[in-house]
Design a binder for this molecule. Structure first.
Ligand SMILES: [Zn+2]
Length: 335
């Protein structure tokens, strides 16, 4: 087991499901709040840390949106993004595809320009410094209207060369993918890739909608697709990747115990499951912690570990020559 953990730390990894606002560590949130004179509900870092011990989705979302409220300037978005990139660079993550939630900032009067410049410049610097490649995904908040998503797309238009894809996140149940059909159609016409959170808490029907109606290039989470055999076959036929988030699933009670996590079943069924951290500052760990937890609790084999890392490379949107290079490195590490 220790050998597998060592191997998982060394192997080249990709992160395909990561909300940059979900990487806010308490110390950094506190520091940025102080420099921006934003008052948090917590008077000390320790009090803030205690708030990270939430036990339900609503408490998480409250903290998540409170964390966002301290982000005001381009430098704040840069520092948040760079702190995450430094962390995962030290964990041998070679490529990241990160979500940001423009509506969560626009609604507070922070311009699209401020947000994206900070994030994009950090991604560019990570590539210069370490050769870490990246894609940026603008995510629509599904509890808001499609009209609001259209407004956001309009604001994004001057920056389309920096944006690779669009996603759909926030509270799933009651906000099915079909609510956003027209805006995703418009995004596809602009040449953007498309993904959507589906089947985390929502039923298999939402995954069907994401595939058949929106025509997603991949599925974020997808756990509940396992309830529908025909859906499993369709995901395989279309060779869609699932961006699975083990520690997030545990923290938000999508699974009750890591031992019951469905990721090995997904692999056995031939689905392209990958490992990702979702909102790592809030859910108990970054990439390596997610792998360690799977190794310790699910009895994952060396072959399965290899397959997960391989799926992360092949299911990413990185350039083909980069995929080949990382696959070669992965193969030699496991040889
Ligand atoms: Zn997510």
């Amino acid at each position: 087991m220790d050998n597998l953990i060592e191997l998982s730390k060394k192997m080249p990894k990709t992160e395909l499901h990561l909300h940059i606002e979900g990487t806010f560590e308490p110390e950094q949130m506190f520091a940025i709040a102080q420099r921006n004179n934003v008052k948090l509900k917590y008077s000390t870092v320790d009090a803030l840390k205690a708030a990270y011990q939430f036990t339900n989705l609503q408490d998480f979302l409250d903290l998540y949106y409170q964390g966002m409220s301290v982000l005001l300037h381009e430098a704040d978005f840069y520092d948040l993004t760079m702190a995450y990139l430094e962390k995962v660079n030290s964990e041998n993550v070679v490529h990241v595809e990160i979500f940001f939630d423009p509506q969560g900032h626009l609604s507070r009067g922070v311009s699209f320009d401020v947000q994206i410049r900070g994030i994009y410049n950090a991604l560019q610097d990570a590539e210069k410094k370490w050769g870490m490649t990246s894609k940026l995904i603008m995510s629509f908040l599904r509890h808001l209207s499609e009209e609001s998503a259209f407004d956001t797309l309009e604001q994004a238009k001057p920056y389309l060369s920096w944006i690779d894809g669009v996603g759909l996140d926030s509270s799933e149940v009651g906000h099915p993918p079909e609510k956003f059909l027209r805006v995703f159609e418009a995004c596809k016409k602009l040449g953007l890739k498309v993904t959507a959170h589906a089947g985390e808490e929502g039923p298999p029907e939402y995954v069907w909608q994401a595939i058949d109606q929106i025509g997603v290039d991949r599925i974020d989470h997808g756990n509940r697709a396992l309830e529908d055999d025909k859906l499993i076959d369709t995901i395989k036929e279309r060779n869609l990747t699932l961006t699975v988030c083990p520690l997030s699933n545990l923290k938000l009670c999508v699974v009750n115990d890591m031992k019951d996590h469905p990721i090995r079943s997904m692999l056995k069924l031939g689905l392209n499951a990958t490992v990702n951290s979702d909102d790592p500052a809030y859910f108990g760990g970054y990439m390596n912690d997610n792998y360690t937890s799977l190794i310790n609790d699910t009895g994952i084999s060396k072959e399965e570990l290899f397959q997960l890392a391989k799926n992360g490379i092949t299911g990413s949107w990185m350039e083909e020559h980069h995929k080949e290079q990382h696959l070669k490195q992965l193969n030699s590490l496991f040889a």
